[in-house]
Design a protein around this ligand. Structure first.
Ligand code: MG
Length: 456
C-alpha cells in the first residue's frame, strides 16, 4: 500500500481523465512510449467505443512504434477480450477505455503478457519514464511495425462459448444490453452460439451512449428490464463500458444486486468443484463466506481492486492452492479456468450454464440466498488516517482485519471503514443478516468516529 501512494498518474484501473483536460493524446503517446521502452517486442492495442478512442489509440500506437515495439491493433473490443488475446499471443497490451465512467472520460489500461493488469511496481516504472521523459526512441531502421487484426476477436468469442463443454441453452430467451459498448460485437454472438434466442437493446456501438450511461446502474437498465418482461426472457444481462463487468435482471424484470450475483455464480462454480479457495476484496458481502461453507471452500480477502484479486489468485495457485473462483461484488467476476481477469462476456455465458444446470427461474435462485442487508455510506473527510487510528483504538477488542482500511468482524455481521484512494472521503460498508442490525452497527461506528470527524 506504500506503493499505491507513490503512483501519480495511474489509479487502480489505469490512467483516466476527462478528454481535453487531464487526458490528452500527448499523455497517451507518452504512455505508449514508456510501455514500449519497458515491454515488447509486440504489443496489442484495443479500445472501447468512446468518441475519443481513435484519437487516444492512435497516440498510444505512435508512442509504441516510435520506441521500437510492433503494434497489433485489435480495434474495438471488450477489455477481457484483449486480455485473453494478449495472454495467448502477445508480450503486453494497452486498452483505451474509461470503463464505467461517463462519455467525457477516457483512459489507458496496461496489460501484461499473462493477460493481467500491470501491477503497482510496473506502473511506477512507467510513470518514472513518463515524468523523466526517459524513452527508448528509435531510428528509422528500428521503429515498430503496425498492423490491424480485428479478426482476432473471434478467438475470444469461441473460447467463451466453449468454456462450458456440452452446454446447450435449449432455446432460452436472453435480453442483452451492451450499452452501445464493445460487447455489441461479442455477448449477443456468444449467447447465440450457446443456443440462446437473443434480443438486444443499445446494441449498436456508439460513443455518445444514447441509450444509457456506461455504468450499468438499476436506473439505466429500466429499458432492459422491460425488454426481459416483454420477450419472456430467462434473464437480462448488461455490461459496463468495457464489458469486464456483467450485471443481471431476473425473469420478472428485477435488478440482481451484484453481491447476490457473485454468490449465485460462486455457488454454481463451487458446487461442481468443492474444497477450493475463493478470492475477493474485503468489501464483498458475507454471502461469499456462507456460500463457501456450503461447498467446503474458503474465502481469502484482498485489498479493494480487481487487480489485487487477480494477482492473489495467481500467487495462491503458484503455491499449489486450488483456487476455484474470484472477483468483486460489483459484477466483476473472475473464472480462473478461463482467465485471471474480470470477464463480462464469460459471466453472461456462465449465467446460461447456471440456469441450464439448476433448471429454476433466476428469481427463485436469488431468493434461496441467505438473508443479508448492506448499508453503504460515504463520509466526507480529509482526515481519513486520524479516523482510522481512532476507530482502531475504539474497536481494539474486536476482530479487526486491516487488509484495506479497517474491517470489524462480528458474529454474523461486519463493517468496513476505508479511505478513497483518490478523493477526500471514506466509505463505510456494514452488513448483517437483518436491516435493523446493519443500521444499528453503522450508527455505532458513525457515532464512535464523530468526535474526530467534527475536529478541524
Ligand atoms: Mg470495466
Amino acid at each position: 500500500m506504500i506503493e499505491q501512494k507513490t503512483k501519480r498518474l495511474f489509479g487502480t484501473n489505469g490512467v483516466r481523465g476527462v478528454i481535453g483536460d487531464s487526458m490528452t493524446p500527448h499523455l497517451a503517446m507518452k504512455i505508449g512510449m514508456a510501455l514500449a521502452s519497458e515491454r515488447g517486442p509486440v504489443i496489442a492495442l484495443g479500445r472501447d467505443t468512446r468518441t475519443s478512442g481513435p484519437a487516444l489509440s492512435s497516440a498510444v500506437s505512435a508512442g509504441v512504434l516510435a520506441c521500437g515495439a510492433d503494434v497489433v491493433d485489435l480495434g474495438v473490443l471488450p477489455t477481457p477480450a484483449l486480455q485473453y488475446i494478449v495472454k495467448n499471443h502477445f508480450d503486453a497490451g494497452a486498452v483505451v477505455t474509461a470503463s464505467h465512467n461517463p462519455p467525457e472520460y477516457n483512459g489507458v489500461k496496461i496489460i501484461e503478457g499473462d493477460g493481467t493488469e500491470m501491477d503497482d511496481t510496473g506502473v511506477i516504472t512507467l510513470e518514472e519514464r513518463i515524468f523523466n521523459e526517459d524513452f527508448d526512441i528509435q531510428t528509422w531502421e528500428t521503429v515498430g511495425n503496425y498492423w490491424e487484426a480485428p479478426e482476432m476477436l473471434r478467438e475470444y468469442c469461441v473460447a467463451v462459448a466453449e468454456a462450458f463443454p456440452g452446454l446447450h441453452a435449449g432455446n432460452i430467451i436472453v435480453a442483452v444490453d451492451p450499452g452501445s459498448g464493445p460487447a455489441c460485437a461479442t455477448t449477443p454472438d456468444i449467447l447465440s452460439h450457446l443456443g440462446c434466442r437473443v434480443h438486444t437493446i443499445n446494441g449498436t456501438m456508439d460513443g455518445t451512449f444514447p441509450g444509457r450511461l456506461p455504468e450499468p446502474s438499476p436506473e439505466g437498465l429500466k429499458a432492459l428490464s422491460q425488454l426481459v418482461v416483454d420477450t419472456g426472457a430467462a434473464f437480462g444481462v448488461a455490461h459496463d463500458g468495457d464489458a469486464d463487468r456483467a450485471v443481471f435482471i431476473d425473469e420478472k424484470g428485477n435488478f440482481i444486486e451484484e453481491n447476490e450475483e457473485f454468490a449465485l455464480m460462486q455457488r454454481f462454480i463451487c458446487k461442481n468443484n468443492p474444497g477450493g479457495t475463493i478470492v475477493t476484496p474485503v468489501s464483498t458481502s458475507f454471502l461469499a463466506e456462507k456460500i463457501a461453507a456450503e461447498t467446503n471452500s474458503k474465502v481469502v480477502y484482498t485489498e479493494v481492486g480487481s487487480i489485487y484479486v487477480a494477482r492473489r489468485m495467481l500467487s495462491l495457485a503458484a503455491d499449489g492452492v486450488k483456487v476455484t473462483f474470484g472477483g468483486e461484488g460489483n459484477g466483476g467476476i473472475i473464472f480462473p479456468f478461463h482467465q485471471h481477469c474480470r470477464d463480462g462476456g464469460m459471466t453472461a455465458a456462465a449465467m446460461v450454464a447456471l440456469l441450464a444446470a439448476e433448471n429454476k427461474p433466476l428469481s427463485e435462485l436469488v431468493a434461496s440466498l441467505p438473508s443479508h442487508y448492506m448499508v453503504k455510506e460515504k463520509i466526507h473527510t480529509k482526515n481519513a488516517a486520524t479516523i482510522l487510528d481512532h476507530a482502531r483504538k475504539i474497536f481494539s477488542k474486536e476482530m479487526l482485519d486491516e487488509t484495506d482500511g479497517i474491517r470489524i468482524n462480528r458474529e454474523d455481521a461486519w463493517a468496513l471503514l476505508r479511505p478513497s484512494g483518490t478523493e477526500p472521503f471514506m466509505r463505510l460498508y456494514v452488513e448483517a443478516a437483518e436491516e435493523s442490525d446493519a443500521r444499528k452497527f453503522a450508527d455505532e461506528i458513525l457515532s464512535a468516529i464523530d468526535p474526530v470527524l467534527q475536529a478541524p
